[in-house]
Structure formats: structure tokens, C-alpha cells
Design a protein around this ligand. Structure first.
Ligand code: NAP
Length: 336
């Protein structure tokens, strides 16, 4: 069976997901495209999805009987309305992160999905589909005893001028926030942020680097260095200290070279290259579930918890050193 997918938001990632569905993955094809920028939708149709119909309004695409499932890849502020429309139409929906830009918005999606009574939403937390993180999870689950501490880093060579301090949480740390809950099968109970000496490569509205300290319900302590002007590369590090051993996220595959009296390996510089394979796996998973009229992978609940946890981290940024508690409502049975 081939399912028909409509894409709302045909910018960078919407275009790339449309390409991967039509050219790389199996079981689906793109039949609808919509974007507030009509030219962008037209360009994606001509470049990667020639059979797709262009819809002027996202909600019309979602309601169309030529669309079985929906990809929401508009900018973050325009996710909630389309995810709610997809749930109202009873159609499986893949939503890029963030699920919504506020915890209240994410909660409205959880409530709508719970009222619908069946999972329809997958959130685009693609690290759970990364081969390296999956290998790490296997080892953490079975080889090193109980996890006690996580040391992690999220480093970008540089960020655009408009990137400001809270974006280090909402746009950057959000991936760690989700993947550690999954990796450790745990939830956060508090967040704290401390700022070391600032890099001379940052600007007045961006405190960089920063260290985010998270505590989980099981008592695991996590330290994440977020350093988005690190200059040297895009580098994701994660080391889990267990009671019987230590497990580290594998480095991306790269040729080891001996040249000019140096032994070395290249480090990636573009975030797009780091998790490119995981996007294929996550969307193939979405298609497999959508064929059955449901969704798998990261849930609306995960998107909601990520939003609550992010808000706590931003509050912690605003009061450096303060420990900000994180409390979650009861998890609905749909997400057990
Ligand atoms: P982008 O290139 O700016 O594309 C977003 C598109 O959505 C633009 O064409 C924009 O049009 C359109 N849009 C804005 N408001 C809309 C609305 N109300 N209805 C329909 N379309 C609307 O951004 P992007 O990089 O593709 O990112 C899109 C989303 O994916 C973001 O939420 C981002 O966080 C997420 N993302 C996730 C990952 C990941 O690793 N999982 C990676 C990249 C992006 P205009 O340009 O005219 O505003």
C-alpha cells in the first residue's frame, strides 16, 4: 500500500523530507504541498514532487481526500494549528520539533489526541533513530549497570547573529532534552544553568558557552555544555557513567588519515550532515505506522514534556545558579 502524504511548510526541512519520501523511502508519495510562501511550494513541486497538488491553505491540504497523512514542517509558531487540524481529521501527522512553541500549546495537542483515543502524532526528535544513539542505548540498558551521571556537549561552529540566549535551549538543547529521557528512561526533576567565562566569538545577546545541569527522578545528574560558537566543528558528545562501566556515543564514521606528521580524523561542520541517516529511519517509521492509521516514535507527550523541561531551563538561564524544579502532570494512559 502506498500512502499519500501532504507537506505543510516547504522550507529547508520540508523540502528535504518531501525529497526523501519520494526518492529514498518506500510506501509513500507526496500528493500535497502548502506553504505561506507559494513560490516555495511551487519550487518543491517542480524539483522533487511533480505529482503534488499545491494548496493555498494548510488546513485545506489536511482536509483533502487526496492526503492520507501529514508532515508539519512549517516554522515552530505554525505547528500547533496544523497538528490539531490533522488530529481533527483523524490523519497521522509527523510534526517537526517543536511540537508547539509553548507548553500550553503542546498540552492542547496531547488533550486532542487523548480525546481522539489513538496515537496520531510523531514528533521529529530524530536522534532516537540515530544508529549511534541506538547502540549507546543498548549498552546503557544492558552493560554498564545503573546509569549515574551523563556528561554531554552540543557544539556548533557558529550561529547566525539573530541566535540569542534562550535559543540555546529551544533550538539546540531541545534535542538533548528529548534524547536523554529516552536513553535513560527517566524524567527531569530540576534544571540549573551556569555560565562560564564568555567566548570572545559571541555577542551581547548570546551568553556562550553555557552549562545546563539536569537532575532526573532516578537521581541521575546530567551536565550538558552548549557551546554554539566553538569555531572548530559541529560536535555532539555524550558519555554515560554507569556503576559498572562507562559508555560513550560513537563518533561519526570518518577516515583516519596520516599526513604531514599528523594522525587525524575530520570533524563535521554542518549539523545537517550529522543526523542525515536518522531522518530516513524516522520517516520510514512514520510511514509504517501511518499505513496502519496510527503513529509511533516520539509522542505528543514527549513533545509536551520537552516543552515543560525547556521552559524550566530558560527560567534557569534567567537566574544563573538557581535550581528550578520541574514537575510533570500525570502521564495519560495513551502514552504509557
Ligand atoms: P524554514 O526553511 O524557514 O521553513 C519553514 C517554512 O514554513 C517557510 O517556507 C515558511 O514560509 C513556512 N511557513 C511559515 N509560516 C507558515 C504557516 N503559517 N503555514 C505554512 N507554512 C508556513 O525552516 P526549516 O529549517 O525548514 O524548519 C522548519 C521546522 O523544522 C522548524 O520548526 C525547525 O525547528 C524544524 N527543524 C528540525 C530539524 C531537526 O533536526 N529535527 C532540522 C531543521 C528544522 P516563510 O519563509 O515565508 O515564512
Amino acid at each position: 500500500m502506498t500512502i499519500r502524504i501532504g507537506v505543510v511548510g516547504t522550507g529547508a526541512i520540508g523540502r528535504d523530507h518531501a525529497r526523501r519520501i519520494n526518492d529514498v523511502l518506500t510506501g509513500a508519495r507526496i500528493t500535497g504541498l502548502s506553504d505561506v510562501n507559494l513560490q516555495s511550494a511551487k519550487a518543491v513541486k517542480s524539483d522533487v514532487a511533480p505529482d503534488a497538488e499545491i494548496f493555498a491553505v494548510g488546513e485545506e491540504l489536511i482536509a483533502s481526500d487526496t492526503v492520507d497523512a501529514v508532515l508539519v514542517t512549517s516554522w515552530g509558531g505554525a505547528h500547533e494549528q496544523y497538528v490539531l487540524a490533522a488530529i481533527a481529521a483523524g490523519k497521522p501527522c509527523f510534526c517537526e520539533k517543536p511540537l508547539a512553541t509553548t507548553a500550553e500549546g503542546a498540552k492542547r495537542i496531547v488533550d486532542a489526541e487523548v480525546a481522539h483515543g489513538k496515537r496520531l502524532v510523531q514528533v521529529g526528535f530524530m536522534r532516537r533513530y540515530d544508529a549511534g544513539y541506538r547502540m549507546l542505548k543498548k549498552v546503557v540498558d544492558s552493560e554498564i549497570g545503573q546509569p549515574l551521571i551523563v556528561h554531554a556537549a552540543h557544539r556548533n561552529p557558529s550561529v547566525p547573529e539573530q541566535y540569542v540566549t534562550p535559543m540555546a535551549i529551544h533550538d539546540t538543547l531541545i534535542h538533548e532534552i528529548d534524547v536523554f529521557r529516552w536513553l535513560l528512561d527517566d524524567d527531569y526533576v530540576s534544571a540549573q544553568v551556569v555560565f562560564p567565562r564568555a567566548s570572545s566569538h559571541t555577542h551581547a545577546k548570546l551568553k556562550d558557552p553555557q552549562i545546563v545541569l539536569l537532575e532526573t527522578a532516578k537521581g541521575i545528574r546530567i551536565d550538558v555544555e552548549v557551546f554554539v560558537n566553538c569555531q572548530y566543528g559541529y560536535d555532539i558528545q555524550c558519555q554515560v557513567v554507569g556503576e559498572e562501566g562507562i559508555a560513550s556515543l560513537p563518533e561519526p564514521m570518518s577516515v583516519v588519515m596520516r599526513k604531514e606528521a599528523q594522525l587525524g580524523q575530520a570533524i563535521l561542520t554542518d549539523w545537517k550532515d550529522r543526523f542525515v541517516a536518522s531522518y530516513d529511519v524516522e520517516l520510514q517509521d512514520f510511514i509504517a505506522a501511518a499505513v496502519k492509521g496510527t503513529a509511533s516514535g516520539p509522542t505528543s507527550w514527549d513533545g509536551y514534556v520537552a516543552a515543560i523541561s525547556s521552559d524550566a531551563c530558560v527560567a534557569a538561564q534567567e537566574a544563573p545558579g538557581r535550581i528550578v524544579p520541574i514537575s510533570l502532570p500525570a502521564r495519560p494512559a495513551l502514552y504509557a
